[in-house]
Design a protein around this ligand. Structure first.
Ligand code: ADP
Ligand code: MG
Length: 606
């Protein structure tokens, strides 16, 4: 009896479902990619519209489709003119299934895109990748499992489509009768055996799809556990890199003057970098990363101008704005932003796609060897240590021979013991680099060690800039003094050209230089306080110990001046002294004698 059954519903269903899945795949992905960039009020509306076929009853969707493609509609008539009839033909089954399955593909894919770390896309752009390359080489592979899941779901939905298909394509055996419609007709005609057959087939297909989804999920789990197994840490085994420095034409300077207004933050910054490293020192949230992102072109200023080697990268007055991919500005992101789906070698070669294979490989190996990470070439970022990741990130930037290199807190993610070593390596690497280097940090000692010139950033403004020695010796503002590590800062009043009153320390101090009229605070570095026998010269006071705090190589003493402390009183000053000074001091009776050297007083503005 089964032999007498017409097999056309199976063939029609499979053909329709395959065609609809292919159409849905491309349409859904395109819609997801477009919507990925859409923000604001428009997004909710368009998103709602694209998702509507999933929410509406399929017969309602079919009804609308009939209005659009029916013989009496404008489109229907136009198509009929060229000899195409949609309604009640096989293409109608494909259109109905596509429209109904589309939201599943679109939604799942958009969700998968949004799971991808956007910094990775920015990193790809700074490495010269076009928008298409960013999509093909970063977004799509990282969203791959989601895209596959969306496709499988769309296939399943298209296979089961009934209501909209019946409305638009009807129930024409051998032409538009799909399996779900065949089930309905068979039951209506009392032909239960045939209905059983189609039902069984659909159940088998559906189970197979569920199985496929699970296999895929399992593969993802395996992939993850494999890549997350930490590799042996080679950082100690890898010898320090032997550097063969690249000799290049000396590059010019980087000139930045930009402004960016966000809801609760305004960045207004002007800085310049010539050859050698310029340091951008500022506390967390002061706008350091934002500044680098604007220079690299992954974030756009509201106004201003960015010029590198005489080439205008951004100018709000002329509307010029070279995209990140065309700037050749290397940005080492704070979290390194390595592509997790690519090996170390592939990461380093990411910006070299324009070179023929052999040259690309030669350049990759040169960088890997220079950075001492050649042994890790085939590992994935999740299989190497933090210090190694940092070197991969730097190698990836250097491989594209950038005109400027921007380093966003490159050591922040490293253990303290690795930091100093990595610092030395980076210094050696940069010695061969002739472009501008902007080094961002919140650590003043790191800034001091690493850079010759510093710009001090606070709350979106440059509050001090110049040679580091000058900045550390003579900060002019409270913020600059604090950021350069001054621990004793108090409000002060000018009494005379060479004398100030400091109420918080209960003392009056003589100054070596003329006190500015604008004086609001005084500062004194905790390392520069000196202790000696009583009866010293100017600015010498008796002092008492309030409390101490011990570090491995020095001692921090909290002190009060001029009178013995009573319990509950806060200390006036903090002094950091070497252990042997502490041993001598602690054997002497209090009060001790302390001097705030005139020449070392920091006269500050608020
Ligand atoms: P830093 O790198 O110095 O720690 P950032 O440049 O990351 O600081 O951020 C500076 C300020 O801008 C912070 O207050 C932060 O909250 C704000 N900010 C950063 N990015 C954005 C954004 N995309 N939208 C709104 N505010 C932001
Ligand atoms: Mg930052």
């Amino acid at each position: 009896m089964i032999l007498s059954i017409d097999a056309s519903p199976l063939i029609i269903s499979l053909a329709t479902t395959c065609a609809a899945t292919i159409a849905t795949f491309f349409l859904g992905m395109a819609a997801a990619r477009i919507m990925y960039d859409v923000r604001g009020g428009l997004r909710a509306w368009v998103d709602g519209l694209l998702t509507l076929p999933l929410v509406l009853p399929p017969t309602v969707v079919g009804f609308f489709l009939l209005l659009i493609f029916g013989r009496r509609s404008f489109i229907g008539r136009a198509l009929e003119h060229v000899g195409l009839t949609i309604a009640f033909s096989w293409p109608a089954t494909v259109i109905a299934a596509t429209v109904i399955a589309f939201p599943l593909m679109y939604r799942t894919t958009l969700g998968a895109f949004e799971q991808v770390n956007p910094t990775l896309l920015q990193a790809a752009r700074t490495l010269g990748a076009s928008e298409w390359a960013v999509f093909r080489r970063v977004l799509l592979p990282l969203a791959g499992p989601g895209v596959i899941a969306g496709t499988v779901l769309a296939f399943a939905r298209a296979l089961g489509e009934f209501g909209a298909t019946l409305m638009l394509a009807g129930n024409i055996p051998g032409r538009t009768q799909t399996m779900p419609i065949a089930i309905f007709s068979s039951v209506e005609a009392g032909n239960m055996h045939t209905a059983y057959l189609w039902v069984c087939l659909i159940v088998i297909f559906s189970l197979a799809i569920i199985r496929l989804l699970n296999v895929q999920r399992k593969m993802r789990v395996i992939e993850r556990t494999e890549t997350e197994t930490p590799g042996t840490d080679l950082s100690e085994a890898v010898l320090p890199p032997v550097l063969s420095h690249r000799k290049r034409e000396p590059a010019g300077a980087l000139e930045v003057e930009v402004e960016r207004n966000l809801e609760n933050f305004t960045l207004r910054i002007a800085l310049s970098a010539g050859q050698g490293s310029v340091g951008l020192l500022g506390p967390s949230g002061s706008g350091k990363s934002m500044t680098l992102r604007m220079i690299a072109g992954v974030s756009t200023p509201d106004s201003g101008r960015i010029v590198l080697n005489g080439r205008v990268l951004f100018d709000s007055t002329t509307g010029q704005n070279i995209p990140a991919a065309g700037r050749r500005v290397g940005l080492v992101f704070q979290d390194y932003a390595l592509f997790p789906h690519l090996t170390v070698a592939e990461n380093v070669g990411f910006g070299l796609a324009r070179f023929p294979r052999q040259e690309r490989e030669a350049r990759i190996w040169k960088q890997l060897e220079q950075m001492g990470i050649a042994a890790l070439a085939n590992r994935y970022p999740s299989q190497i240590s933090g210090g190694q990741r940092q070197r991969v990130a730097i190698a990836r930037c250097m491989a594209m021979e950038p005109n400027a290199l921007l380093l966003d807190e490159p050591f922040a993610a490293l253990d303290p013991h690795l930091r100093r070593r990595t610092e030395e390596q980076l210094r050696a690497t940069l010695a061969g680099f002739s472009g501008a280097v902007v080094f961002v940090t919140h650590d003043m000692e790191e800034a001091f060690r690493f850079c010759s010139d510093l710009q001090v950033l606070d709350n979106g403004r440059v509050i001090a800039s110049g040679p580091k020695h000058k900045l550390f010796e003579r900060p002019r503002t409270v913020a600059a003094a604090r950021l350069t590590g001054c621990k004793n800062i108090a409000t002060a009043r000018r009494l005379a050209a060479d004398c100030i009153q400091v109420d918080a320390w209960e003392c009056r101090l003589r100054t070596a230089i003329e006190v500015p009229e604008t004086l609001s605070h005084v500062g004194f570095r905790s390392h520069q306080l000196s202790f000696q026998k009583a009866g010293g010269g100017e600015n010498t006071f008796p002092c008492w110990l309030v409390s101490t705090s011990e570090a491995p190589h020095e001692m921090t003493l909290y002190l009060r001046l001029n009178s013995e402390p009573v319990p509950g009183q806060t200390p006036h000053l903090q002094a950091d002294v070497a252990k042997d000074v502490w041993r001598t001091l602690s054997s002497q009776p209090q009060p001790w004698s302390i001097t705030l050297d005139q020449g070392r007083l920091l006269l500050l503005e608020g």
